[in-house]
Design a protein around this ligand. Structure first.
Ligand code: EPZ
Length: 417
């Protein structure tokens, strides 16, 4: 099991490109199942979650080849409609294959997706919506056995919560359904827009992605296309936190400023200077961060829950008290106990975390238990006195492509052992 050794207090400098968005790549890979002909997906990050999705595609009969950050995907022959348990458990986002396999084959048999450490991750909104589209779903022994004997039918779907995954699943399922599907209270994340852009280039008719109401007119077939994945806004926010805690000035290249609209003000409140121009973001950090005041996680365009852990780590060494309210997941403070081992002063009351800034953290041996929690421990290690030994690197590799290489190239002292 790899570990990361982070020796703190090194200033960062220079510039780095931000990788393609994991949470855009995963649903788009699932959506390729609907297409005939070759898909060329550019700017695909090299991540274990992307590898897991590629394995599912190959199992279903698709041809997937990787050339560095480009994936060639051909789904002319999909000859299975089941996804075995060991493939489903690899990543939570595998549930988004449900809509795709159903739309392509009219049936799907898969186990409940791997939950993860940030909460039970129910899929009731996915199942309720697909049932409204004519899918018969039997849940037994941890498996979902789904059939759409008369094919998928367009429906009016109202989501009780703007679930990202459910919105993606419905959009994908609706593309080849008979008739029109309307989703109200749809998720509005940029990754939803990227998925819709990809599918519309393939010949789908999706209107209003990124808004609260999305309309999909079913078509009869979709063709593979070339598509470039948008940059990963959560990786960008994480790298900003790395600069902020080390009093550094760095430039992130290839970002989309509007995707960071709810993140940038938090760093500015904390005393950072942010300059964006033609796809680059320059962050100049003070020697000592000020409090981040109150950070509430919300569905997009609110502050993203995935950026809560890395920014909370930065708040540990700010001057003053910062309040975090995690409104999206029930159990997304797993990193806090480890930050406290490094000298952080944090109290958790339900979904509220009170972070009293301390002068500095100290290195310790810590264990990550989820993807963004692992990122938080790296952020904390960068500003701690001494060396932090981080276990659970496999979580980091789910969402960050060679983070230790990126940080070392910016001057940090980070080694993977
Ligand atoms: C996506 O997860 C992202 N994952 C998550 O990123 C992200 O945190 C989340 O959206 C919110 O932005 C991918 O895109 C692969 P949700 P998803 O459905 O689709 C509840 C990361 O770190 N819910 O919007 O699972 C659910 O329990 C990951 O990159 C139901 O109750 O998120 C949660 O409390 C972590 N029933 C809330 O909604 C459902 O049927 C948000 O879930 C579905 C969800």
């Amino acid at each position: 099991m790899s570990r990361l050794l982070v020796t703190g207090r090194e200033k960062l400098n220079g510039e780095t490109y931000v990788q393609g968005a994991k949470n855009s790549t995963l649903p788009i890979l699932a959506a390729t199942i609907l297409t005939k002909g070759e898909n060329v997906i550019y700017n695909c990050p090299e991540l274990s979650d992307v590898e897991a999705s590629s394995r599912i595609l190959r199992y279903l009969g698709c041809d997937v080849k990787r050339y560095h950050h480009t994936l060639l995907v051909k789904c002319d022959t999909v000859n299975r409609s089941d996804i075995p348990d060991e493939l489903m458990r690899k990543t939570r986002s595998s549930i988004v294959f449900l809509g795709a396999v159903l739309a392509r084959t009219g049936r799907a048999k898969l186990s409940f997706p791997g939950g993860c450490e940030i909460g039970p991750r129910p899929i009731d909104l996915h199942l309720k919506s697909l049932r409204e589209m004519g899918v018969e779903i039997k849940e037994k022994h941890g498996y979902l056995d789904c059939r759409a004997p008369r094919g998928l039918v367009g429906a009016k779907i109202a989501l009780s919560f703007p679930s990202v995954g459910a919105t993606e699943d419905i959009i994908i399922a609706a593309c080849l359904a008979r008739g029109t599907t309307t989703i109200t209270n749809a998720a509005r994340e940029p990754e939803i827009c990227d998925l819709a852009d990809y599918l519309n280039h393939c010949g789908a008719k999706i209107y209003g992605a990124g808004e609260g109401v999305v309309v999909i007119d079913g078509v009869t077939s979709l063709n593979g296309v070339q598509h470039t994945i948008i940059p990963d806004r959560i990786v960008a926010a994480t790298l900003m936190a790395c600069a902020a805690v080390t009093g550094s000035k760095i430039t992130l290249k290839g970002i989309i400023q509007s995707h960071l609209a709810s993140v940038i003000p938090i760093f500015e409140d904390a005393g950072c200077k942010i300059r964006c121009s033609s796809g680059n973001l320059e962050i100049t950090s003070p020697q000592k961060l000020s409090s981040m005041r109150i950070v509430r996680t919300m569905p997009y365009p609110g502050f993203p829950t995935d950026a809560q852990a890395p920014l909370l780590a930065a708040a540990c060494v700010a001057d003053g008290t910062s309040v975090f309210v995690e409104n999206i997941f029930e159990n997304r403070y797993g990193h806090i106990s480890e930050l406290v081992r490094m000298g952080a002063n944090i109290k958790v009351e339900g979904k509220v975390a009170l972070v009293d800034g301390v002068d500095s953290l100290y290195g310790a041996t810590v264990e990550a238990s989820d993807l963004r929690g692992a990122a938080a421990l790296v952020v904390a290690g960068l500003c701690a006195d001494g060396t932090t030994d981080i276990g659970g690197v496999k979580y980091l590799e789910r969402g960050y492509e060679s983070l230790e290489v990126t940080l070392s190239s910016l001057g940090a002292n980070v080694k993977k052992i």
